[in-house]
Design a protein around this ligand. Structure first.
Ligand code: G3H
Ligand code: 13P
Ligand code: ZN
Length: 311
């Protein structure tokens, strides 16, 4: 099976009340750890590449690695651009073999977001590439954009129907209180999401797939591992798993996870060096990082996303 776009996987996810995991990839070990877990559990998969990942690892290397994952596993895998911020970046990914792109116009005013998103959709659909748009702004850091809590804004349900019909997007990312990175809530703050907004968006857009960014749970086991073996992470709080499960049973069909991958890999590698200070073969510590990612993704698929056996 070649790389797929997200149409079929989102249709099945919406009807089945589960979500597909969209995992950020930056190198071979991350791709292998994720796809080994998904392969074992026969789960559909979205592997997503940020512009930072593309700068780090090179477009062609990432495409070929993801194509290798498809060949090895036979899974339905979409290769997706995460947070594309210009038409040119989206076009370059579409021309270069991606099957799905996000155009994140959420930093623009509404009309400019509509115009930019529509421009990307009109181009992408000629090549059967699906497009994710965004309305509302998450707090946190992604590439060079740092959105402070004061500037973050929840999605306005009154805008979603107009946005989706005028742009023709295939899925929509919304802001309901998640945020990017490992520090999603202040220490002592109770994690909360605006499920009322998600519910209202679902009512306004029946059957339409919604995307949740900033959805890492910041798994305490890995934060503790990082800190136990020499790291210095302040209190980090993520999205509780039961909230993600609830979102997946509603209109959310795609759940974005990057920080949990970073933490699993870093924790395992820190532990490896602490236990084996004499090691200097990268295969030894990167192998542990890869295994930690595999275990973490297995947990996400079975306990959070609910997409086991849906490939
Ligand atoms: O949303 C942001 C993702 O975590 C990607 O992060 O832009 O540092 O690669 P990055
Ligand atoms: P996290 O930082 O919560 O993993 O979010 C990742 C993300 O939304 C990528 O687009
Ligand atoms: Zn994101």
């Amino acid at each position: 099976m070649p790389l797929v776009n997200t149409t079929e996987m989102f249709k099945k996810a919406y009807e089945g009340g589960y979500a597909v995991g969209a995992f950020n990839v930056n190198n071979m070990e991350i791709i292998q750890g994720i796809t080994q877990a998904a392969s074992k559990l026969r789960a559909p998969l979205i592997l997503q590449v940020s512009s930072g990942a593309r700068k780090y690892a090179n477009h062609t290397y990432l495409v070929k690695l993801v194509e290798a994952a498809v060949e090895e596993t036979g899974l339905p895998i979409a290769l997706h651009l995460d947070h594309g911020d210009t038409f040119e970046l989206c076009k370059s990914c579409i021309d270069g073999g991606f099957t799905s792109v996000m155009i994140d116009g959420s930093h623009h005013d509404y009309e400019d977001n509509v115009a930019l998103t529509k421009q990307v959709v009109d181009y992408a659909h000629q090549f059967n590439v699906t497009v994710e748009g965004e309305l509302g702004q998450l707090a946190g850091i992604e590439d060079d954009v740092n959105v402070s809590e004061e500037d973050a804004s929840f999605t306005n349900p009154d805008q979603v129907y107009d946005f989706v019909t005028r742009t023709g997007v295939d899925s929509l990312a919304i802001a309901i209180g998640t945020s990017h990175g490992a520090y999603k809530f202040k220490p002592g703050q109770k994690p909360q999401l605006r499920f009322d907004i998600l519910e209202e968006v679902g009512r306004r857009l029946p059957g339409f797939p919604i995307v949740l960014h900033g959805a890492s749970s910041v798994i305490p086991e890995f934060v503790e591992m990082v800190n136990q073996y020499g790291g210095k992470m302040p209190d980090a709080i993520g999205i509780p798993e039961e909230m993600l499960r609830k979102a997946a049973s509603m209109a959310v069909c795609k759940i974005n996870i990057d920080s949990d991958l970073r933490l699993a890999m870093t924790g395992a590698i820190r532990k490896h060096f602490a236990l084996h200070p004499e090691h200097f073969d990268p295969r030894q510590y990167l192998g542990d990082g890869r295994a930690a990612i595999e275990g973490m993704v297995e947990h996400k698929i079975t306990k959070v996303l609910g997409c086991e056996g849906k490939a």
